[in-house]
Design a protein around this ligand. Structure first.
Ligand SMILES: Cc1ncc(COP(=O)(O)O)c(C=O)c1O
Length: 459
């Protein structure tokens, strides 16, 4: 069939009429999921306090992860908080986290009244940079949280070496990377603790919210298990005696979500293989365009492509402003009905919560005499990655797009079309009203902050 080469952005016919058809609903569910949920409902297994379904999920997860100790929780964020608690990280301790991740990684540190210290990232795989971890270590540093962002494993050997040298606890945030491997070993088995999120958009997903904490030591797991439910010891088939031994929260998982998680785990390896096959096919096809750098699988690693984040390489045409080029490609693809989005436009440290001076005076910062003033210019690689990358899809994570029949082929047609019109698109890029993404975010923050009154006490 004849396809016009004129970009829709310049008046041509869009390649896709209905973007929604490029995506499968996620997670993929079948009769076995409905059956598992119905059974939990029919059993009236509504409370996770002592539920056998919860301990079954922990048992299965633990088996999948080489016998490490699993604690099922009601979110990945709760798992991060309890990872810190279980490893004895205290208020005022510093915890090194990457400057580019989902906010929960750093906010959970504050939940523990500990202090996040941000490290820069690697420009290629977008994960925490070992040399930046070392640069940020102080005498208060007690732990590092390494995030395997978008499903791509971080460089574990040097990170483990640094943690051993400085006697730091290592926590892996595997929310986006279950199934990924580093030198043949599963991501999540390297740290003193690892956390997973099974919320409904993750590669391994349930019908709602769910988190899992893995601990290397049984004592650490015991501490986490008590902190999950008010510091008590609550076991299935054992009478609850209502006696709190430690500080605890209510991070109990709902058994219906545990039932779905168990059912999804049975299909997880097969689905992960398909995701990897489709993502690598797209990677190979995109490699022919020198102006796109598809998501990297560093040597010896296997990614699970939770987000398909690709980088634009404007140096290929000697075009100086990568941000303008990124914006032009985004406009061109979106006009074709092939939506892509610019995800997280500012390093975490630049978000208002971490910047507000009135909050910075309160806990946990007031515990130390140091003042923690975060400056986004301390993370040049993070800024560059933010400026030069786009995420495939209008909403949600990559698997629903990658596994939808015909989708990657459609996106490829879009990239071909851009390639044929590249000089026209570069002229378009020159004319865009442009500011750096983090400057744009600052304007948004200021206007929302004023509207919601969150900056009323100064800051
Ligand atoms: C990297 C990362 N860490 C932590 C979380 C928090 O997980 P949850 O949403 O289950 O609390 C998420 C996702 O939401 C995440 O992407």
């Amino acid at each position: 069939m004849f396809m016009s080469n004129k970009l829709a952005l310049f008046g041509g016919k869009p390649l896709v009429k209905d973007h929604k058809r490029l995506r499968l609903d996620w997670p993929i569910v079948d009769k076995s999921d409905y059956g598992a949920i119905k059974k939990a409902f029919d059993d009236r297994d509504f409370s996770g306090r002592g539920s056998k379904r919860i301990s079954d999920l922990e048992y299965i997860f633990s088996k999948y992860y080489d016998g490490l100790y699993a604690t099922a929780l009601n979110s990945g964020t709760a798992a991060l908080h309890l990872a810190l608690i279980s490893l004895g990280i205290k208020p005022g301790d510093e915890v090194i986290v990457p400057a580019l991740t989902f906010v929960a990684t750093a906010m959970s540190v504050i939940h523990n009244n500990s202090i996040p210290v941000f490290a820069d990232i690697d420009r290629k795989n977008f994960n925490i940079l070992p040399s930046s971890i070392e640069k940020n270590i102080s005498k208060r540093t007690k732990a590092v949280i390494v995030v395997h962002l978008h499903g791509a494993p971080a460089d574990m050997d040097p990170i483990i070496k640094i943690c051993r040298k400085y006697k730091l606890k290592l926590i892996e945030d595997v929310a986006q990377a279950p199934g990924a491997t580093y030198k043949g070993r599963k991501i999540g088995t390297f740290g003193d603790a690892a956390i997973f999120s099974l919320m409904s958009q993750k590669n391994l997903a349930t019908c709602g919210e769910c988190g899992i904490l893995l601990n290397k030591s049984k004592n650490d797991k015991n501490r986490a298990e008590m902190a999950r439910i008010y510091g008590e010891i609550v076991k299935s088939n054992t009478e609850r005696i209502y006696n709190s031994y430690t500080l605890g929260w209510n991070y109990t998982l709902n058994p219906i979500q545990a039932a779905m998680a168990i059912s999804q785990l049975k299909k997880f390896n097969k689905i992960t293989n398909e995701i990897q096959y489709r993502a690598r096919k797209l990677n190979n096809a995109l490699n022919k365009f020198g102006w796109i750098l598809p998501p990297v699988e560093s040597e010896g690693t296997e990614s699970v492509f939770h987000f398909y984040r690709f980088q634009l390489n404007s140096n290929y045409f000697d075009y100086k402003c990568v941000g303008r080029f990124r914006q032009a490609v985004q406009d061109a693809l979106n006009a074709e009905g092939l939506n892509v989005r610019h995800y997280q436009k500012i390093p975490l440290a630049g978000q208002p919560f971490f910047q507000k001076n009135d909050i910075n005076k309160e806990l946990p910062w007031s515990l130390n005499s140091n003042s923690y003033i975060y400056n986004i210019n301390d993370y040049p690689n993070t800024l560059e990655v933010i400026n030069s990358t786009l995420i495939l899809g209008a909403i949600s994570s990559a698997p629903g797009y990658l596994l939808c029949p015909g989708t990657i082929e459609k996106y490829l047609l879009g990239f071909e079309k851009i390639d044929k019109n590249i000089h026209k698109l570069l002229s378009y890029a020159d004319g865009i009203k442009y500011s750096e993404p983090w400057e744009e975010m600052k304007v948004i923050s200021d206007s929302f902050g004023a509207k919601y009154g969150v900056f009323s006490s100064g800051g």
